[in-house]
Design a protein around this ligand. Structure first.
Ligand SMILES: Cc1ncc(COP(=O)(O)O)c(C=O)c1O
Length: 404
């Protein structure tokens, strides 16, 4: 475990302690937990993405964090949005995203949904199967793309690996002649891949990018200029703000693969952008000696972590007055509030041994795939949502009940 205080005290420009100290006096009796977006970190992340992959359209995956104000913020910063459902398309439009910066990627679009987007001029709509192409009118004004399964093994964990041969996502690249024929027969102008989330193997991803480029060139050889847009998806795992080497390496790789071509390149990152740009705090409700604390965020907020494997979130504890606990550390199990045995954020994590009831646990780097996956289990309300701009903290949304 990386103790949080090393990041938050040493790194002044990304410290979260001032944000926590501004937040605490504003919390009400019901606010046993709160969720925060850290805007300076978000800006830093986006700036690094744009520098690593210049001249490309970056549409950030809504599914990673769909908070309405966060989407508006991304749009204000000049970024597009990638939608995995028609509901997300509507969220993107409500956030003010220009239609030509929206990508629609649902694998199961209905005829009604297709009718809703077909004449959205410039929206990139990627079909998941060749059968889906038949549902689009021949005079559609959206940009029609075909999702290709690159059939590489980019090292994503099993649950997030969408490029296996039997994947439900995209047309297998091995069916190249069908793909080329379909692109020639329909008003297709784009191709898309997303090899999987948390890719570990960039060499395999390079193969996928080369495959994508070669299919596009093969189509354009028969019909010059037919494919003009290539969407390379997202999939890079998060990495620390202090050393964003993976994105630099990946950016250089993408530029190398497409050097000398004139395709418009589009990306759809989620986790890499959002993960470090948020944190959460929870009251420590009970301290059960010798080694267990109970908090107010469990499998409802940390859904993936409780049900699969917990991410190594940096942790710290402050007193109710916002003073960092610095006592000698010892291992604790961190139990959530839900009524089932697996509801733990983590086991055997070092926390300061002098922590007490009413202290607050700070869980850092929770910006991705947490709030977005909020679970109704046990009907607990969703915590209030805040944003820190480096100087002050503002409330983006109230604590809320989810309708059933
Ligand atoms: C089609 C598509 N694009 C982009 C993403 C974002 O992926 P990541 O958060 O790994 O960057 C996903 C994630 O599931 C996806 O399915």
């Amino acid at each position: 475990m990386r103790p949080l205080r090393k990041t938050c005290l040493v790194e002044n420009n990304t410290s979260i302690l001032p944000a926590v100290q501004s937040l605490l006096p504003q919390l009400g009796r019901e606010d046993t937990a709160a969720i925060v977006t850290h805007l300076p970190r978000l800006k830093a992340r986006l700036a690094h993405l744009s520098a690593a992959m210049p001249g490309m359209q970056h549409s950030i995956a809504i599914k990673t964090n769909p908070h309405a104000q966060l989407l508006r913020t991304l749009v204000e910063f000049g970024y597009g949005l990638e939608a995995a459902s028609i509901e997300e398309v509507r969220r993107a439009k409500a956030a003010g995203c220009p239609v030509n910066q929206i990508i629609f990627d649902s694998p199961v679009k209905t005829r009604h949904e297709i009718a809703e987007v077909a004449y959205e001029k410039g929206m990139l709509v990627n079909v998941n199967t060749l059968a889906e192409l038949k549902r689009f009118p021949s005079d559609a004004t959206c940009i029609l793309g075909i999702r290709i399964n690159p059939q590489v093994h980019a090292g994503s964990p099993e649950m997030f690996d969408v490029s296996k041969n039997e994947s439900k996502f995209g047309v297998p690249i091995s069916q190249q002649s069908d793909l080329i024929q379909a692109a020639l027969n329909y008003p297709v102008n784009a191709l898309h891949i997303h090899s999987g989330s948390q890719m570990q193997n960039l060499d395999a991803q390079k193969e996928a990018l080369i495959g994508l480029r070669e299919v596009a060139i093969a189509i354009n050889t028969q019909s010059p200029g037919k494919i003009n847009t290539l969407d390379i998806g997202g999939g890079l795992p998060s990495e620390p703000l202090q050393a964003q080497t993976k994105m630099s390496i990946y950016g250089a790789m993408v530029q190398e693969v497409f050097r000398g071509t004139s395709f418009k390149l589009v990306t759809e990152f989620g986790q890499w952008v959002h993960a470090p740009a948020g944190f959460a705090i929870s009251a420590i409700e009970y301290v059960v000696r010798p080694d267990r604390v109970f908090i107010h965020l469990g499998a409802d907020f940390f859904m993936r972590d409780a049900y699969t494997r917990a991410r190594p979130f940096p942790l710290a504890v402050v007193s109710a007055e916002g003073v960092l606990r610095q006592g000698e550390e010892r291992p604790f199990d961190i139990a959530g509030p839900l009524c089932f045995a697996g509801d733990y954020l983590a086991h055997k994590k070092n926390l300061p041994g002098d922590l007490e009831e009413n202290d607050l646990l700070i869980v850092d780097e929770t910006g991705a795939n947490t709030y977005a996956l909020w679970s109704r289990h046990c009907s607990r309300t969703v915590p209030s949502y805040w944003a820190w701009d480096g100087n002050s903290i503002v409330k983006w949304s109230e604590r809320q009940t989810i309708g059933f």
